[in-house]
Design a protein around this ligand. Structure first.
Ligand SMILES: Cc1cc2nc3c(=O)[nH]c(=O)nc-3n(C[C@H](O)[C@H](O)[C@H](O)COP(=O)(O)OP(=O)(O)OC[C@H]3O[C@@H](n4cnc5c(N)ncnc54)[C@H](O)[C@@H]3O)c2cc1C
Length: 581
């Protein structure tokens, strides 16, 4: 009997086959199929869930939300990449434990969520927290937007759908920082194998096929994507068959992207993990519910306080509260609850429960430089999520892993300043240099003690001179690739910067072109030292029954787009809570 892993334990593939035969033969309708398959614990990605069934799931949850209990065993705050993975696993592993999941945003039903080709149209809408990093001289006084998902699925519902797994060096660093080998590459690889439903060439060493996360190589990519890979080959840069897998152990390399797109639709991490457990009795999801602060008895977390139409309301957690609210909102919630730097809390009139000076510190994000742009001979509309090929290089040979990412974007991607200066035609495409191992560190601070106020994002981008040098290296390489013979079929002219830049001109171009990938991380660092915000088991130091599982725990930001890494964090949290490692 074939077995495959799933959030529902170890389901029976033969049963799935029998159910599918019954469905095809008309002996079972779709609803019956879904019910039987879910009850048997079959992988969500093997179920072609219909829209009306999703509506039924949401209606069922809305009904359950009306009968809110005073206490649940677990309270999970946030349904993003990590939160969804955690709840999907926990609900199955602990069927007798009640789980309340709280999400500030609404359901993920907007067409712009489901259509990956227009993902960027969610930015600035109600599905975005709309944060902006404060202006700084290091970005030539530009205030840089820091978008984040505020919707079921969090970032995974509005992001660019790229599924990129961390480098071996990233996870080995985390293992060393946390003092726990379970955060290392070996165990991480085994988690990714059980997470994935990989649709590309089978690769038993690196890729999984029976898991909840549908990921596929960019389907029918835009022709500039293979042309870019050809250009890289001709320049002696390594090109991989797959963006993940062997690349994680290498020091550089280019490939077609992996995307969480299934039959042209986004399959977010919420759709992969959370929806399949929403028909279970032990899971209650409240949407449009903002957690304002945490409640404590002494130093034990007892629950949360939520904003409601009739005023603040408290709900208790009998076992644990787990924060999965992301790299900006999680430190904000801790500080509002009295866990943070004493002086900063006092300044906002908040009583200190735990003096934890590192809460909100160590802020990191990847920078995406919007500046290298070409006008094509002929316009070919963008495909998939508009980014179908990318690669990693080291700006200095001595580095343990790459610090520069080059991403092809099939749109005239430019920062505010570069866009104004060069006015790229809207048929243009870009090859952007990205900084994926920043040395600059910023911080999140409270603006006030009012939970409705957004915090201050003091990102301090490019405040470390090495970050400027790394991006300059990336820009030079992007221009070399974009202007190479292999790309000439797609180039009428180079629009920006259109000349070799050196010295202060290059430095200004770097600072003027900096935007971010929206990978806010590191603000509740995991570590084995007492100063860290969480320990290797993701427990918040200084209090009991409170954990964090999201991008904020990264001791150092992984050198890739962060969704897959956050799924790994959610999976680790579930393992820890169910004591599997
Ligand atoms: C526009 C955009 C494009 C991106 N593109 C990619 C990409 O292509 N590939 C990739 O790998 N990564 C990408 N990312 C990054 C990736 O999506 C995030 O790093 C990842 O989703 C972070 O996961 P998380 O679990 O830490 O938090 P999130 O996914 O941000 O989830 C946090 C959740 O908590 C909720 N929440 C926060 N505060 C509260 C509160 N007080 N009460 C209740 N709920 C709360 C939020 O609404 C949200 O749903 C992108 C991000 C954005 C914004």
């Amino acid at each position: 009997m074939k077995q495959h892993n799933s959030p529902w334990g170890t389901p029976d593939q033969d049963l799935l086959d029998r159910l599918e035969h019954a469905l095809v033969a008309g002996r079972l309708d779709r609803r019956g199929f879904l019910r039987a398959a879910t009850a048997a614990g079959l992988a969500a990605s093997s179920l072609n869930v219909l829209a009306d069934e999703l509506d039924a799931i949401r209606a069922n949850q809305s009904e359950r939300a009306k009968k809110l209990q005073r206490a649940y065993d677990y309270i999970v705050v946030g349904t993003g990449s990590a939160g969804s993975a955690l709840v999907g696993r926990l609900a199955v592993a602990k069927p007798n434990a009640s789980i309340l999941v709280l999400e500030a945003g609404d359901w993920d039903t907007a067409p712009s969520v489901m259509d990956p080709g227009v993902w960027f149209t969610n930015l600035g809408t109600e599905r975005d927290w709309k944060d902006v990093a404060i202006a700084s001289t290091s970005t030539n006084n530009r205030a840089i937007p820091e978008h984040m998902g505020r919707v079921v699925g969090g970032g995974s519902s509005i992001n660019a759908t790229i599924w990129a797994r961390p480098f071996k060096a990233d996870l080995e660093h985390w293992a060393s920082e946390s003092g726990d080998a379970a955060w290392g590459y070996g165990h991480g690889l085994s988690i990714f194998r059980r997470v994935e439903s990989w649709q590309g060439k089978p690769d038993a060493r690196y890729r999984g096929q029976g898991g909840p996360v549908w990921c596929q190589p960019a389907a029918n990519p835009h022709p500039i994507a293979p042309a870019m890979l050809e250009a890289c080959r001709s320049m002696g840069l390594p090109v991989f068959d797959d963006q993940n897998g062997a690349r994680e152990e290498a020091s550089s390399g280019f490939a077609l992207m992996n995307q969480i797109i299934r039959e042209g639709r986004r399959q977010s991490i919420a759709r992969s993990y959370l929806y399949p457990v929403l028909s279970r009795k032990n899971v209650t999801l409240l949407v449009n519910t903002h957690v304002d602060r945490l409640t404590f008895s002494g130093n034990r977390a007892t629950g949360v306080e939520i904003g409601s139409a009739s005023g603040p309301r408290r709900i208790q957690a009998k076992a644990e509260v787990i924060l999965c609210s992301g790299g900006i909102n999680t430190p904000k919630l801790l500080m509002l609850s009295g866990i943070g730097d004493r002086a900063q809390l006092q300044a906002q009139g908040i009583k200190t429960l735990v003096h934890a000076p590192e809460v909100g510190k160590n802020f990191q994000d990847h920078l995406l430089h919007g500046g290298c742009i070409w006008e094509p001979k002929e316009h070919i509309p963008h495909r998939n999520s508009a980014a179908n090929a990318a690669g990693f290089v080291k700006s200095q040979a001595s580095l343990a892993s790459p610090d520069v990412n080059l991403v092809q974007i099939e749109l005239p991607y430019a920062s505010d300043v570069v866009g104004k200066r060069y006015s790229p035609p809207n048929t243009s495409w870009a090859l952007c240099a990205g900084l994926v191992a920043p040395k600059s560190r910023g911080e999140i601070r409270l603006k006030s003690a009012n939970p409705a106020d957004r915090p201050i994002v003091d990102a301090r981008f490019l405040s470390h001179p090495d970050d400027v040098k790394a991006l300059a290296h990336g820009i030079e390489l992007a221009r070399e690739i974009g202007n190479s013979a292999a790309m000439s079929a797609f180039v009428k002219r180079e629009v920006a910067p259109a000349q070799k830049l050196t010295g202060p001109d290059m430095e200004n171009f770097v600072r003027d072109g900096a935007t971010t990938y929206f990978h806010q991380s590191g603000t509740c660092r995991m570590g084995k030292d007492g100063q860290a915000v969480v320990d290797a088991k993701l427990r918040v130091n200084g209090v009991k029954h409170l954990r964090i599982a999201d991008s904020s725990i990264m001791p150092r930001i992984a050198s890739v787009a962060t969704m897959a890494t956050c799924v790994l964090i959610g999976e680790r949290m579930a393992e820890i809570l169910t004591s599997r490692t």
